[in-house]
Ligand binder design. Structure first.
Ligand code: PFF
Ligand code: NA
Length: 437
């Protein structure tokens, strides 16, 4: 077996984890799930889910990954529980499933950068979306996006992922802040902020049953949980890193970028008079609405290029993390070189993504299935393993490098054992109910 790689620096790990977390989940999913699930009411449930369920679950993945220094499947046998490998397999499959349509949306984003530069979507944003979102052109765009991802992963942890995300993550934050400042000057800004930030309590209570599964699913998706990513990334971390602080940095930065996305998107939508609850209803309508916004304001081309450029960088750094999961598993187990593995797995992903690229109805179905079934199921089983099967050993691992955090650690262990398990079970029941019954 070849010598296992590690992160060159601690900050390299944190940035790569942030690079994974910050992605289309923040910039595309979060605004559109907010719009279709009651606006600020959704935001409240989502923030609670991130803090109470997402953060503890992330620490669970971190402790498992660093303890075993293995890919997400072999981690379970390393802990002495071979039969639980199935949970690792489920997590890898969940990631694979999500990445298949993620690449398609990544392809759309590339088309939108081009469309901003040429002004192609300015006259008729809806028609432009129709033309680029599905069909042979979308398949080509998907392949291009995936090609970049494969190339970076083929270069490896230090030269590829670490170097790329070190530049990407700071640029995303700076550019989003710049956009938010510009958007604040638009006439619809106040109305946009109100929709995004002031929750209607009646909506929250009346629709809790349908909002909660999406809010919890969003928390998992946005933090890259349940896809074996954080297990894999933390397997390259040293024993003296403080995983609790690292995890908190990821959660905080990821939340900031999500909030910035809302602060950018909703004022634009309300400035152009879009009915946010319906115009942004579908997976693609957000592209249509934002594009319409860029088409109707001064310097729209420039802002369009910057906005979709940020989205592309964020999407790439996430997709890289997910491909790495599978490549890492294969790299640990077979004597095949990283570049060959990256290309082979890339081709499989491409094929799985073709239905989503040919028809957005498929993409929506893949997406809903991921949110309502795959993600909660994968996180639930992982949490039961770390909390109940491993328990104390996971706690000790979490505290290595975080010696002053014993009380926090104990609270964490009981939170994942009780609160997270119950919350995720409830989410799963609601989600399955919504999807199939
Ligand atoms: N946390 C990522 C996001 O919010 O976009 C989720 C993700 C999806 C990561 C797909 C990686 C990926 F390939
Ligand atoms: Na995210």
């Amino acid at each position: 077996m070849p010598q296992r790689e590690t992160w060159a620096t601690r900050v390299g790990f944190i940035l790569a984890a942030i690079g994974s977390a910050v992605g289309l989940g923040n910039l595309w999913q979060f605004p559109f799930k907010t719009a279709t699930n009651g606006g600020a009411a959704f935001v409240v449930f989502y923030l609670v889910a991130v803090l109470l369920i997402g953060f503890p679950a992330m620490l669970a993945e971190f402790s498992l990954g660093r303890r075993t220094k293995r890919n997400a499947v072999d981690a379970f046998s390393r802990m002495g529980h071979r039969s639980w490998r199935i949970v690792g397999v489920l997590a890898v499959l969940t990631g694979f499933w999500i990445l298949s349509y993620y690449n398609v949306v990544g392809g759309w984003v590339m088309r939108y950068i081009l469309g901003s530069a040429t002004g192609a979507y300015f006259d008729d944003p809806a028609a432009y979306f129709g033309a680029v979102s599905s069909g042979p052109e979308a398949v080509v765009a998907q392949a291009l996006f995936l090609g970049i991802v494969v190339a970076i992963v083929a270069l490896g942890i230090e030269d590829g992922i670490e170097r790329a995300t070190k530049v990407m993550v700071p640029s995303i934050v700076v550019l989003m802040i710049a956009l938010a400042v510009w958007v604040a000057t638009l006439p619809g800004a106040a109305e946009g902020y109100a929709f995004f930030l002031s929750p209607n309590v009646d909506t929250m209570i009346a629709n809790a049953g349908s909002i909660i599964p999406f809010a919890v699913g969003q928390a998992f998706f946005t933090l890259s949980l349940g896809m074996a990513i954080m297990i894999t990334y933390s397997s390259y971390v040293g024993r003296d890193d403080n995983l609790i602080v690292d995890g908190a940095s990821v959660v905080v930065t990821n939340t900031i970028v999500g909030v910035l996305a809302g602060l950018v998107v909703f004022p634009i939508l309300l400035t152009i008079g879009a009915d946010v609850t319906t115009d942004t209803g579908g997976a693609g309508a957000l592209f249509v609405a934002t594009a319409a916004g860029f088409g109707s304001v001064p310097f729209g081309r420039l802002f369009g290029i910057v906005f979709f450029g940020v989205v592309l960088i964020a999407a790439l750094s996430s997709a890289i993390s997910l491909l790495e999961v599978t490549v890492s598993y294969a790299n640990d187990n077979f004597d095949v070189s990283r570049p060959v593995l990256s290309i082979g797995i890339g081709i499989a992903l491409f094929l799985l993504g073709v239905p989503s690229a040919m028809d957005t109805a498929w993409l929506t179905w893949f997406d809903n299935f991921a949110y309502q079934v795959f993600l909660p199921l994968s996180v639930l089983l992982l949490i039961v393993f770390v909390g109940w099967v491993v328990g104390q050993e996971a706690l000790e691992e979490l505290l290595s490098g975080a010696e002053g955090y014993r009380t926090f650690g104990t609270v964490w262990l009981w939170t994942i054992r009780i609160v997270v398990v119950i919350a995720v079970l409830a989410t799963l029941a609601l989600g399955v109910n919504e999807m199939f019954l």
